[in-house]
Design a protein. Structure first.
Length: 105
């Protein structure tokens, strides 16, 4: 993850979870928009929405501090402004709850 090498999410080896969830979310959004577009298939659109939700919710709670188990993504989206949570998450160098500092990998 070259755009956030110093972030604790990357240094704890959990960056892949963000990438995979984000990729699934983008594909699900494309499927959803295709399904609801014009004469599209509403079932396909609903399936896209469901897959999108299923990719987001586990991410909220699976990216955690290895020491205190604080859910960093959930903390970001629930405590920060809607346009700032990503910046807050990617700028974390230590756990905001317990101060855990992962060694760079």
């Amino acid at each position: 993850m070259p755009f956030m090498p110093d972030a604790i999410v990357t240094r704890t080896g959990q960056g892949w979870k963000l990438w995979s969830s984000g990729t699934i979310l983008v594909v699900a959004a494309l499927v959803m928009f295709r399904g609801f577009q014009g004469d599209g298939n509403p079932t396909l659109g609903a399936g896209g929405m469901l897959v999108g939700l299923l990719s987001i919710v586990p991410t909220f709670f699976s990216i955690r501090c290895p020491k205190c188990r604080a859910p960093w993504v959930w903390m970001a989206v629930s405590t920060q402004k809607h346009d700032q949570w990503g910046n807050w998450l990617f700028s974390l160098k230590v756990c905001p709850k317990c101060g855990y500092d992962a060694k760079p990998k």
